[in-house]
Structures are given as C-alpha cells and as structure tokens.
Design a protein around this ligand. Structure first.
Ligand SMILES: Cc1cc2nc3c(=O)[nH]c(=O)nc-3n(C[C@H](O)[C@H](O)[C@H](O)COP(=O)(O)OP(=O)(O)OC[C@H]3O[C@@H](n4cnc5c(N)ncnc54)[C@H](O)[C@@H]3O)c2cc1C
Length: 421
C-alpha cells in the first residue's frame, strides 16, 4: 500500500520504508542508506519528510517514558505522540508547557518543524527540548543537550541533521486549565487592542474567515491555581459567551472538541482543541501558516481582510495565535514574539497553490515566515535573501555541511528551501 501524508495530498516516493524495533536497528538502517529521511506521524502537508530513497519510522520503538523529577525533564522515544506522552506525564503529576491543536502528532516530528500552540508567554514546542539523541550519518549516536554549541541548530532540524531517537523535554508540575469560547469579537477591537485580547488568557486563538465586521470565535484557555475554580467571563471586549460548545468550523458538531464552557480539567484535555480519543485517520483539509513579527500583526490582518475575496472561497477557517520568541536557529519564532496566521483550506490543492503567492506577496514585506510543515509557495519573495528571514541560516548550513558531508539526510525540499542547493 502506498504511504501518504495524513491529508493524503502527497504520496511519499520512498523506495523503502523501514520500521526498526530498536535504536541499534535505526543505526543500522542509517549506516546502510545512501539517503534517508525520518518520518513521524505524517502530519506535514508538503514534501519536507519525503525522499526517493529510504524512510525510517519509529512507531515500533517502545515509548519508554522516563521522568527525571530532580532535573524536571522527561525523556521519551522520538516517535511517541504528544497525547500518549501527556497522559503518562499527568498520571505521574507532571505537565508540558503547551501542546499543539492536535495531540496526535509525534514529538520529534513536531519539534523538527517548530510546531506551536498559542500564548503570549508560550514558546513553541521545540523550546521545551532539553536534549536530543540522534543517529548521525555514519550510524553513531550523538547526544546534544542545552549548552552544546550545536544545540540551537539541531533542535528545529527539519530532519536534516539525523534521525532523532530520543527527546528530553522540560516538564513542570501538572496543572488544570479551563477553556471557554466567545463569539463575534469586533475587528476594530482586534486591530486596536490585540495585546489586551491575547493577554486575557494563557492561550488565545481567534477563528475567522477574514470577512465581516467581527472575528467569529475566540477560544481562551486559562491555567488555574492548584485547586482553584474558574469564573466565566460574561463579556470579552464586545464578544459574547458561546451558549454551548462550539467547533471552530461553523455548523460542525463539537463532539470531538475538548471541553469548553469553563469546566476545569487537566492541561492535556484542554490545551489541544481536539480530543485524543478522536483519532482522525486522514483529513479533508490542507493547511498553510505564516508567522509575522508581533509588531506587524495589524498590517497582516488588514492585508488578509483585503484578500478575502480570493482567500475565503477556499478556506474552511483561519486561526490567529501568538507565539513567544526563542533562540532556536530555524524556529519560526526565532528572535522575537510572533503572531501566527493559519489557514485550514478545503482540499483543493491546485487552487490553494494558486492563491498562496498572493498571500505571500502581501505578508513577505512584513517578515512572514512560513510554517515548515505546511503548504507554502516560497520561503522568501523571489530574489530576496532567506538569511534576512533567518539570521542564523548560514550557521545551520555550516552545521549540515559539517555533520552530514555526504548529504545523507538531504532531500529536494531541504535543498530547495533551506540549503539553497
Ligand atoms: C490536523 C493538524 C493539526 C495541526 N496543528 C498544528 C498546530 O496546532 N500547530 C502547529 O504549529 N502545527 C500544527 N500542525 C502541523 C504539524 O504539527 C507539523 O507538520 C509537524 O511537523 C507534524 O509532525 P509529524 O510527526 O506528523 O511529522 P512528519 O510530517 O512525519 O515529519 C515532519 C518533519 O519532521 C521530521 N522528523 C520526524 N520524525 C523525526 C525524527 N525521529 N528525527 C528527525 N526528524 C524527524 C521529518 O523528517 C520531517 O522533516 C498540524 C497538522 C495537522 C495535520
């Protein structure tokens, strides 16, 4: 059976797919391959994970979750899904700082692309990485921990530096979260008072189709003090509390969404928008996302509202989130806080790809960085220097050249968009 992305929009071209059961077997696969790429849970929408040569999946390795309470870290096998990890952590009294909207993605795959949730103080998931163990091109195992010279380059590695077999993440004591949804937040408020809106909870997402005078939904997730309750907000800058649970897409049953209406619950059952026990096998959707410096958010909103006539007909919904800055070289939030502008598209790829250059023409002058795992046309505007977007890009290229001189982990996507080959 052919292997596709979760969305089914790309069939991987690999000649061989390996499913090793031990780290030693991963090492043998890498040492014996001319070109190899690691594959996580296949949730990317582009060719980032693809290769014509060898693909290696880590699903068959035991998750082997090990908490170090003294160091406040957890070490886990790289292919483990966040949702599965979260359940084990919570049962032992621990938590992660944030999660993405979907808990079904693998830890290594999410970290490799700087996957993020939302929150003014919430850095992307890769920022929680304290160390990685990866199989290098010659099959040897490398341990790269915070403080190592290569660390900030290795973490968001796009699969180009080796096959990560274990990831160590920062943890903190478990906590509860309450989630509530408001509807119809006026655009005037978003444009004038975005900081107040996003500061109104620990994690805030705005759902919009870019038309009309108001953002359709505001999802807010608030951390609660130990044993503390939650008082719902009757009013939110002119937005009204939703009368019942909502799905981000209008008219869809919210049965698969995480609990709303301010009911407190464990962090991992509120931070994602969707429940872990609902397992979407494949998605009738495509996605794109661009992260602009926070200071340019209002200009980006205006640009996208002006593009609504071409964007909205292809759109299921857009989500606006905030991400705190970090110092990882290829992180989409590297160097400062960002506002993330996400698009869930109808699965009409040719039409979507025809619109992306128009979105990018509007957002590139604002310093927009495309999400590494989603559909985009071009990393930077034609003729522009990608080093202006990622000031540490030359360091990343040098790191790849030094640690993988034969190009074992390269593929067409990385060559084109990252290495400039
Ligand atoms: C429904 C849905 C919801 C999403 N929600 C969010 C969201 O809320 N926020 C967000 O930022 N993104 C989101 N994404 C995007 C998603 O998080 C990223 O595409 C992420 O990279 C997917 O992880 P994966 O394990 O499926 O990776 P894959 O698609 O399998 O691989 C992605 C990259 O990681 C590399 N990789 C995977 N495993 C390893 C490994 N062991 N060692 C080295 N490299 C490895 C691959 O080589 C590839 O380069 C969403 C995607 C979908 C489909």
């Amino acid at each position: 059976m052919s292997l596709t992305t979760w969305a089914g929009n790309l069939t991987y071209g690999a000649a061989r797919v390996h499913e090793p059961r031990t780290v030693e077997q991963v090492q043998e696969v890498v040492a014996g391959a001319r070109r190899v790429r690691a594959l996580g849970t296949r949730h990317c929408f582009n060719g980032l994970a693809d290769t014509e040569h060898d693909l290696v999946r880590l699903d068959a390795l035991d998750p082997d979750v090990r908490v170090d309470a003294g160091a406040r870290t957890v070490t886990v096998t790289a292919g483990t899904r966040y949702g599965a990890l979260a359940r084990v952590l919570h049962a032992q009294g621990w938590a992660l700082h944030d999660l993405a909207s979907l808990p079904h993605i693998s830890v290594a795959g999410a970290v490799a692309t700087a996957t993020h949730g939302s929150g003014d103080r919430s850095r992307n998931l890769a920022a929680a990485v304290a160390a990685v163990d990866l199989v290098a091109a010659d099959g040897t195992l490398r341990h790269v921990a915070r403080g190592h010279d290569d660390f900030a380059g290795v973490v968001v590695g796009l699969g180009a530096l080796g096959v990560v077999v274990r990831v160590t993440l920062d943890v903190e004591p478990t906590y509860d979260v309450a989630q509530e949804v408001h509807t119809d937040l006026p655009w005037d408020v978003v444009l004038e008072h975005l900081d107040d809106v996003t500061a109104s909870a620990d994690s805030v997402s705005l759902f919009t189709d870019w038309t009309g005078p108001a953002v359709q939904q505001v999802w807010r997730k608030t951390r609660l003090p130990a044993g503390g309750g939650y008082e719902r907000r009757t009013e939110l800058f002119g937005a009204r509390p939703a009368p019942g649970p909502l799905h981000p897409l209008p008219g869809i049953d919210p049965v698969h969404c995480t609990e709303q209406l301010g009911v407190p619950g464990p962090w991992h059952e509120r931070l994602p928008h969707f429940r872990l026990k609902f397992t979407p096998s494949n998605g009738d959707e495509l996605q794109s996302e661009y992260l602009v410096p926070r200071s340019r958010a209002a200009e980006a909103f205006e640009a996208l509202r002006a593009l609504a006539p071409v964007v909205t007909p292809l759109l299921q919904v857009s989500e606006v989130r905030t991400v705190a800055g970090d110092d990882l070289w290829l992180s989409t939030a590297s160097g400062g806080d960002r506002v993330a502008l996400h698009f869930t598209w109808h699965p009409r790829q040719a039409e979507v790809e025809a619109v992306l250059p128009r979105i990018e023409a509007a957002l590139a002058p604002l310093g927009a960085r495309p999400h590494w795992g989603k559909l985009f046309a071009s990393l930077v505007a034609p003729g522009s220097d990608p080093r202006a977007l990622y000031p540490r890009l030359d360091d990343f290229r040098a790191l790849v050249a030094r640690t993988d001189p034969e190009g074992t982990f390269r593929n067409a996507f990385v060559d084109r968009h990252v290495l400039g080959a």
